[in-house]
Write a protein that binds this ligand. Structure first.
Ligand SMILES: Cc1cc2nc3c(=O)[nH]c(=O)nc-3n(C[C@H](O)[C@H](O)[C@H](O)COP(=O)(O)OP(=O)(O)OC[C@H]3O[C@@H](n4cnc5c(N)ncnc54)[C@H](O)[C@@H]3O)c2cc1C
Length: 568
């Protein structure tokens, strides 16, 4: 019988990040992954600034950057009438190198410590797997094994895993089970949990003023006898040496068309991924990926197909994120559509939140309310990000709805139609790549593991981030006068950051009494003191604000109990 503290089902990015979090906190894990080898499809392609801050804490940010888009590669997003036709509009974004420079020049707490990284999920998973396989790690990866069944009792979970190759069954005894097993999660199904799925009707209703136009356009297409996309996407990952052809709009990160079709530059050199919508009734197994590429790009292209796959993005959140000793994270708990890349980054946020809480409970200092606080904190974020993802999709649908056949015509009236569409695209904007409120603005209002305060919290919007230490927020990132990032001073447990000579013994004693790891860090820096708003700010192991104040209160023990999930 295999025995472990935490059994993680699923070795995608979320399962891997959870394993690394637990590894860093001294917890033993077994990670069961159905696939015997690494996947071949790149899938999601952006790790957000916040995810990179976590990767920096885990010691792998530099390695991730080494596999990400080169520092000088343009990151523009280009709309064109068809992938092989006219450029319509361009949203310019700084190269990764320039993006880092911008962060360094604005030290007002409004920027992440690390800029986002454009990295294919495939490459990200390779770095995460490599980190987990370093000599001396406690984690045991079991590839080629899948979850068969599980049963929870008072002290742990009896799990049966099955070999994909032979069908052999093996028992595992674990104290906690976490399903990071993707959209079709067997763990979620084993818990009997359904999904709240957002329907197309919800999506259209959510469109900003464009729903009628979009509906009318869909109706016209049906009347013309055009077959409609049915929600499935077909992804072709390929390599080609015809760089000049791809650069005809100037080097870019993404080129997308209102006809359907998105071309993503994967490594800035020779590798691309094309996503096209599948029409109702199309059988993906009969498609020739080379032909799909040629058709989308308007000519035969010398290319090597690396992978091709059909998939169905969904907008869904699980009814619950788990209970007792069995929890869900990542796509098992929520699913989003590609615009915004929120699915991957929301999942990484889940793994970070759940990781320290599992460790705290296993090490005896986490209270009974700590694991339930995972759901209280992360499910609202999952719903918010699913709805944001739906909003980005609705923008793309409005652009598709605004297209008329004239935009494909090489004539003055075609040019006029393209001009109209260009204006509409620029008017609708590109929030999917600018949603800084989603990236940096996670805040756990009302969480049972945060010592909240009364008053009005800072306003939240998808398009902006307000630097704040309001309890539950991600604290602002500040570079101190000595050149160190304030985040780099935070310890693996709780950190009490002290900006003035204030007594903190009551906090230290309360933490000692409860066995809660607490570091006191002194910062004497005018800029940071102003941005952090209070003389004392208590930071959680996941780098969220647990409490803040200008002096240690008499109730320090109550605060410690609250933030370790043992409060009332
Ligand atoms: C083909 C495809 C293309 C995508 N493209 C994009 C994109 O362009 N942009 C974007 O933002 N997002 C995209 N996504 C979504 C994105 O990949 C996910 O949001 C992200 O992978 C979530 O990570 P995860 O670890 O939660 O789940 P996953 O990456 O799905 O990992 C789950 C893992 O669990 C394993 N597993 C499943 N069941 C079991 C079991 N019973 N036992 C053991 N192991 C099991 C699976 O093999 C898999 O490795 C795509 C997804 C797919 C499938």
């Amino acid at each position: 019988m295999i025995e472990t503290q935490v059994l993680i089902v699923g070795g995608g990015p979320v399962g891997l990040v959870l394993a690394l979090e637990l590894e860093q906190r001294g917890v033993s894990t077994v990670l069961v992954e159905r696939n015997p080898t690494m996947p071949r499809c790149p899938r999601a392609d952006v790790a957000s600034g916040r995810s990179l801050e976590h990767f920096r804490r885990l010691g792998i940010a530099d390695e991730i950057r080494a596999h990400a888009m080169p520092v000088d590669h343009p990151m523009d997003v280009v709309w064109c009438s068809r992938l092989a036709e006219w450029e319509l509009a361009r949203f310019p974004y700084p190269t990764p190198g320039k993006a880092r420079g911008i962060l360094g020049s604005r030290n007002d707490g409004s920027q992440p410590l690390e800029p986002r990284a454009k990295i294919p999920q495939l490459a990200l998973e390779k770095v995460l797997t490599g980190a987990l396989e370093r000599p001396g790690t406690r984690a045991t990866p079991l590839c080629g094994w899948e979850l068969d069944s599980f049963e929870e009792d008072a002290d742990g979970v009896h799990v049966t895993i099955r070999s994909v190759a032979s069908g052999d069954l093996r028992p595992v005894r674990t104290q906690y089970l976490v399903g990071c097993d993707g959209a079709e999660s067997a763990t979620r199904k084993g818990l009997g949990l359904g999904l709240e799925i957002a329907s197309t009707r919800d999506l259209l209703r959510g469109m900003r003023g464009g729903s009628l136009r979009a509906l009318a356009s869909l109706g016209r297409a049906v009347l013309r006898g055009e077959r409609r996309p049915d929600g499935r996407l077909y992804l072709v990952h390929f390599r080609s040496g015809e760089r000049a052809f791809f650069d005809r709009f100037g080097a870019a990160w993404r080129i997308q068309s209102p006809v359907g079709g998105t071309l993503i530059a994967e490594n800035g050199i020779d590798t691309w991924t094309l996503h096209v919508p599948l029409q109702a009734g199309a059988d993906a197994s009969t498609l020739d990926p080379k032909q799909i590429v040629s058709r989308a790009l308007g000519r035969e292209l010398a290319c090597e197909i690396l992978a091709a796959q059909e998939w169905t993005p969904r907008l869904a959140v699980a009814e619950s994120y788990g209970r007792g000793r069995v929890w869900l994270a990542g796509d098992a708990a929520h699913q989003m559509v590609p615009p915004g890349s929120h699915g991957l980054n929301t999942g990484i946020g889940d793994a970070v939140d759940l990781g320290w809480k599992l460790a705290a409970v296993l090490q005896g200092w986490g209270g009974d309310g700590l694991l339930p606080s995972y759901e209280a904190e992360r499910r609202p974020i999952g719903r918010r990000n699913r709805d944001a993802s739906a909003g980005h999709l609705s923008i793309r649908m409005q652009i598709a709805a605004a297209r008329t056949p004239l935009v494909h015509e090489d004539s003055p009236r075609g040019e006029a139609a393209r001009d109209r569409l260009r204006k509409r695209i620029l008017e609708l904007g590109n929030l999917e790549d600018e949603a800084v409120g989603i990236d940096l603005g996670d805040r756990y209002d009302g969480s049972p593991a945060v010592a909240g305060e009364t008053g009005e919290p800072p306003a939240w919007s998808m398009a902006s981030y307000v630097a704040s230490t309001w309890p539950g927020s991600r604290p602002p990132s500040v570079i101190l006068e000595d050149g160190r990032g304030i985040f780099d001073l935070f310890g693996p447990g709780f950190t009490l950051v002290r900006f003035a000579d204030l007594p903190v013994e009551r906090f230290v004693e309360a933490a000692r009494l409860r066995g809660m790891p607490l570091w006191v860090v002194d910062v004497r820096d005018r800029n940071a003191t102003r941005i952090y708003e209070r003389g004392l700010v208590l930071i959680r192991p996941d780098q969220h604000v647990a409490w803040r104040g200008d002096e240690t209160p008499d109730t320090a023990l109550e605060i410690v109990d609250r933030v370790r999930g043992a409060g009332s």
